[in-house]
Design a protein around this ligand. Structure first.
Ligand SMILES: Nc1ncnc2c1ncn2[C@@H]1O[C@H](COP(=O)(O)OP(=O)(O)OP(=O)(O)O)[C@@H](O)[C@H]1O
Ligand SMILES: [Mg+2]
Length: 1078
């Protein structure tokens, strides 16, 4: 989503003034007050035109967030409150869009925040420039070069816990789109003396402490180091720990950064080995040893450390030992070896340590450059960031301070040149008349230092190269001679008499009036430091090292390349590199960040006015403002100017149709601003005095309030009116709806009434018509009926003679007869068979014949039965009579009965008459034999049976022996009272005899026979016909039989099938005889 552009201005919500150019009145006091006021309100950035002043807050402020980056992105420089991001954005956009190479010059004294500012600029540019995997890697490498260089080049000083001890200039290279391609870093004069000695309260370079705190035990062992700082002479112990700094964690950060930048593992290790070697060098100690020839000689006290160093660096121990004891001087192909005394030996040791470390640092910078250098050959746009040590004034200022301050002089010069140049260029560009500006030009000081013939550096070099004894004093003498007349040079011993009595100027010092203040330099050490001598024996020893990195650091040690010419002095080297830097900067569009340190305590919220005042003076900030204001204090492009102030004039408010410039002209005329107060450039309006601008601002503020009231008024009026109109409209709509509703209701009522009346009238009319029609219809019907009756009478009267009175009855009877006739005829044909058991009978044809049909069926059946009976003979009739009798007696009572139905009753089964065996028996019986059959007589004692011939005659019952035919018993039928049998399927039966009869003396008989039914039937019939008494036949499964005196119970039980189908009889006890019937 496109961010909504809100047009704001630096002038909005200003605390103090955001741009010092607008300060009124302008003097040191108001300047400082304005800075302080802003600082107290957390506004650490203030402009002087396009220069940013940054006051170190010494605490983290929430003004560097990604949101802030977004705020400042693509905004005009004066649109938002002053910020380092605004400057970065301006520089980056001018580089990207206008193809102008940029440089960002960050100056200020130690601890003022230069390094932080440079990092902020880099991170801002990284955040707003292109994205993508490759670009991100480049960015990451550029950003990660910082921790590496800081570890090796920064140290804790009394002024700054993370003080940069080298100057740094970094060119960031971009392609035409503004995507970063790579970079080049240049370093300036590392403060190498720190390696061997640190002032009180300061530390050596961070890397030593980081290595000892953060390295693993394994790594320490490999590097032959111990974790304890106190083991090393080169480490100052009083401030080994820095508050809020975690050296161990930083060590990991640095190693990680090295990896990201592209250091191979073995390279990083080599670097640490060199660091370790430097540290251990400090532990080598010497003791004096006198020789016979009187020359002083030194000897290494404890060779163990030396041995370890040699193991670490791969140097032959004897070579190094010798290098510490002798010095070889070569002159005219002659080698002269002299011994070193203890002091010289220490000097040699320290020189080696310093050289080793500073060369390692330069190697690191080169190595990083190799990694971050742009890979393509396309034309590059460049943004340089210069973070160089600021102007330094210490109590004891030496060669280093001299060099540093020289560099700052040069920077100041280029600042003046470029600022003025830019100002002038702008005036020319805008076609404004150029007015001369008076300012202090420090070129004269630069000349004092760098002049090739009589500059201080040139003379120092001269001294160093001069044969004979050269000391710092001789150098000072020389200065006293040559520079005595220079306005900015002061020395007690100079030819110039004005300082003869100046006690603040010691004899061994000289003073320079720098643009930023006077600085007193101790001349001691100038010559040595400028010489920067490392004995050739040492560099040769180093060249012989097995350690590839160390070897490469000392190319001059190669005997094949022996160069008798002295190496360039430190002073001249620096001068040359500063000259290159200046040349480089001059080709670029400069952007300035002036850092100010608010207090010496590294504390937040403290604003030490005198300290700030001093910095403002030497940074020449007031002058900067004056230069900027010399012509016109304020300038602004016509468009934003018109946009901001157009409400102050009726013609331009709310819209100006014509070009912006004429709008501004009209505006300024209208406001009656004196003509000399402003000037019209090509694209900008130039305002001479800040007062004019503030007057405009005041008017604008007043006008804005009026406008706000006006807008409020109009808005309120509009709101009320729209509300009223809405209410009015609504009221009309509601009234319309109400009326409509009422009318609708009335209409519907009227309509309903009309309909009702209508319907009543219609109904009344219809009923009237209906009555009439009904009357007519009845009349018609009456007429028809009368006519019909009349016609009937007429016809009957006429035809009566042709009818018989009972013709109908006759016809009826005839019809009936015919039907009955037909019924009988049909029945004749459909007659069923003559079998009495045939149940078929044809269906009834007519309902009225129902009873007839049933009667006919009965008659037919009777007739058919009679017919059937008539065919029987008397004998057969008798048989059937007997069978009928049996049926009546036993059907459904005795289970044996059904099996007897099919058997013919033969009676005489034994043919007594014919069988001679029974002749005697036959003779004994005179009567007719009805039954002659063999039965089993059941023995009373045990239930076993014996065969007997059973004979029934008309009057007697006889039992005879089966074999002999002899009569055993004879019972007259009158003595037989009862026959008992079971209901089951067996042939047992008991014959009960009359009590007291002769026959009964032996008791009742119990038989079993195959023809029980026949025998019982015949016995019954015979008894009935002879005695006219019905024989009692008892059918029961349990009955009593009289055996002599006892009554025995015969019980029939359900027997099992084991004994076959024959019932078995068993005497159970003397009262029970059990018959098991299967
Ligand atoms: N913008 C800032 N916001 C918060 N703290 C800051 C800011 N700038 C600087 N500081 C604090 O001040 C300290 C010193 O800053 P820095 O190291 O940048 O100073 P310097 O000017 O580079 O000094 P030197 O010349 O000694 O290198 C930082 O370590 C940090 O604590
Ligand atoms: Mg720094």
């Amino acid at each position: 989503m496109a961010k909504m552009e809100v047009k704001t201005s630096l002038l909005d919500n200003m605390i103090g003034v955001g741009d010092m150019v607008l300060l009124e009145p302008l003097n040191e006091e108001t300047f400082i007050n304005n800075l302080k006021n802003r600082f107290d309100h957390n506004e650490i950035y203030t402009y002087i035109g396009s220069v940013v002043i940054s006051v170190n807050p010494y605490r983290s402020l929430p003004i560097y967030s990604p949101e802030k980056v977004e705020d400042y992105r693509n905004r005009n420089f004066y649109e938002l409150s002053p910020h380092i991001f605004a400057l970065s954005d301006e520089a980056y956009r001018s580089l990207r869009d206008q193809d102008k190479d940029q440089c960002i010059l960050i100056t200020g004294e130690s601890g003022a925040g230069k390094t932080e500012a440079s990092k902020l600029v880099m991170s801002y540019v990284a955040a707003v420039c292109g994205k993508g995997a490759e670009v991100n890697q480049v960015k990451e490498q550029l950003l990660q070069s910082n921790p590496v260089l800081e570890a090796f080049g920064n140290a804790k000083t009394v002024r700054n816990d993370n003080s940069s001890r080298f100057g740094k200039y970094m060119d960031i290279e971009f392609d035409f789109k503004g995507d970063p391609l790579g970079g080049v870093i240049s370093n300036y004069l590392l403060e190498k003396s720190r390696v061997v000695k640190q002032p009180r309260g300061e530390r050596n370079f961070h890397v030593f402490y980081q290595l000892l705190s953060g390295a693993s035990e394994e790594l320490l062992h490999k590097l032959k180091l111990e974790r304890d700082f106190s083991r090393y002479n080169y480490l100052s112990l009083d401030s080994a720990k820095v508050n809020g700094v975690d050296d161990a964690a930083n060590f990991r950060t640095v190693r990680n950064a090295m990896q990201i930048v592209g250091f191979m593992d073995h390279e990083a290790e080599s670097v640490l080995e060199v660091v370790a070697a430097v540290l251990k060098l400090g532990n080598i100690e010497f003791k004096p040893e006198s020789r016979v020839n009187g020359l002083d000689e030194s000897k290494i006290k404890d060779k163990n450390e030396l041995k370890e160093i040699c193991e670490l660096t791969g140097i032959d121990q004897s070579v190094l030992e010798r290098a510490f004891s002798f010095r070889t001087v070569e002159a005219k192909q002659e080698k002269v070896s002299t011994t070193l005394n203890v002091a010289q030996a220490y000097y040699a040791r320290d020189a080696l340590a310093k050289n080793l470390y500073s060369r390692l640092f330069s190697w690191l910078v080169n190595r990083i450059n190799e990694s971050i250098k742009a890979q393509t050959k396309v034309r590059k746009k460049v943004m340089g960031v210069l973070d160089i040590y600021g102007f330094e004034i210490f109590e004891d200022n030496s060669f280093e301070q001299f060099i540093i301050n020289y560099c700052n002089e040069k920077l100041q010069q280029i600042f003046i040149e470029l600022t003025l140049k830019e100002e002038q260029e702008e005036y020319i560009r805008e076609d404004i008349e150029w007015t001369h500006i008076d300012y202090f030009n420090n070129a004269i000081i630069c000349d004092l230092i760098e002049n090739n013939t009589n500059g201080i550096l040139a003379m120092l070099d001269e001294e160093c190269l001069r044969p004979g004894t050269v000391t710092d004093e001789t150098f000072l003498e020389k200065l006293n001679q040559i520079c005595a007349t220079h306005q900015h040079f002061e020395s007690r011993m100079s030819k110039c008499a004005r300082f003869l009595n100046d006690t603040s100027l010691p004899h061994s010092c000289f003073r320079i009036q720098h643009y930023a203040g006077k600085v007193l330099y101790q001349v001691e050490g100038f010559v040595d430091k400028n010489n920067d001598l490392l004995y050739r024996d040492l560099s040769q020893a180093m060249w012989k090292a097995g350690h590839a990195l160390i070897k490469s650091l000392f190319p001059e040690g190669n005997p094949a390349k022996i160069n008798l010419k002295r190496p360039p002095t430190a002073g001249s080297q620096f001068k040359a590199s500063v000259a290159t830097l200046m040349k480089n900067l001059q080709t670029k569009n400069p952007n300035y960040i002036r850092c100010i340190k608010p207090n010496d305590k590294k504390a937040a919220h403290i604003f030490n006015e005198s300290l700030v005042c001093h910095q403002i003076r030497y940074l020449g900030l007031l002058e900067n403002v004056r230069v900027r204001r010399a012509g016109y204090a304020f300038r602004q492009a016509y468009e934003p100017c018109l946009e901001r102030y157009k409400m102050l004039c009726k013609q331009t408010w709310p819209h100006w149709k014509g070009p912006a410039r004429s709008g501004v002209e009209v505006l300024f005329n209208e406001l009656e601003i004196p003509v000399e107060e402003y000037s019209f450039g090509r694209s900008k309006i130039f305002i001479r005095n800040p007062r004019t601008l503030f007057k405009l601002e005041d008017l604008r503020k007043q006008r804005l309030e009026d406008l706000a009231t006006l807008i409020q008024k109009i808005y309120r009026g509009w709101k009320c009116r729209t509300h009223f109109l809405l209410m009015k409209k609504s009221q009309i709509v509601i009234a319309a709806w109400c009326r409509r509703y009422a009318q609708q209701k009335r209409y519907q009522q009227t309509k309903a009434s009309a309909l009702l009346i209508q319907s009543y009238i219609r109904g009344w009319k219809a009923r009237k018509i209906l009555r009439e029609l009904k009357h007519q219809k009845r009349c018609k019907e009456a007429v028809t009926t009368i006519a019909a009756y009349w016609h009937g009478t007429q016809v009957r009267r006429e035809y009566r003679k042709f009818f018989r009175a009972n013709a109908g009855k006759k016809i009826y009877e005839f019809t009936l007869q015919r039907i009955v006739q037909k019924y009988f005829l049909e029945m004749k044909n459909k007659m069923p068979s003559l079998s009495p058991i045939d149940k078929n009978w044809p269906p009834r044809p007519y309902l009225f014949l129902d009873s007839t049909h049933k009667e006919l069926k009965r008659i037919f059946h009777l007739w058919r039965c009679k017919k059937y009976r008539d065919q029987f003979t008397d004998q057969k009739k008798l048989i059937y009579e007997e069978k009928l009798e049996a049926s009546e007696l036993f059907k459904d009572k005795k289970a044996l009965y059904p099996s007897s139905v099919g058997q013919p009753f033969q009676g005489a089964y034994l043919e007594i008459n014919k069988n001679p065996k029974y002749k005697k028996l036959k003779d004994a019986i005179e009567e007719k034999i009805i039954i002659a059959e063999v039965v089993n007589k059941i023995n009373r004692a045990n239930g076993k049976s014996t065969s007997r011939i059973f004979l029934l005659t008309n009057n007697n019952l006889l039992l005879a022996d089966q074999k002999s035919g002899q009569i055993k018993s004879e019972v007259p039928l009158v003595d037989v009272t009862k026959v008992s049998m079971s209901s089951q399927n067996d042939g047992f039966f008991a014959v009960h005899l009359k009590e007291g009869s002769e026959a009964a003396s032996k008791g009742d008989f119990l038989f079993s026979s195959d023809h029980l039914i026949e025998m019982a039937t015949k016995l019954y019939r015979t008894t009935l016909s002879q005695t006219k008494q019905k024989l009692n036949i008892e059918i029961s499964d349990e009955f009593l039989v009289q055996f002599r005196q006892d009554k025995v119970c015969v019980k029939f039980i359900q027997g099992n099938q084991k004994n076959g189908s024959v019932p078995t009889c068993k005497r159970k006890n003397n009262r029970l005889l059990e018959v098991a019937v299967p």
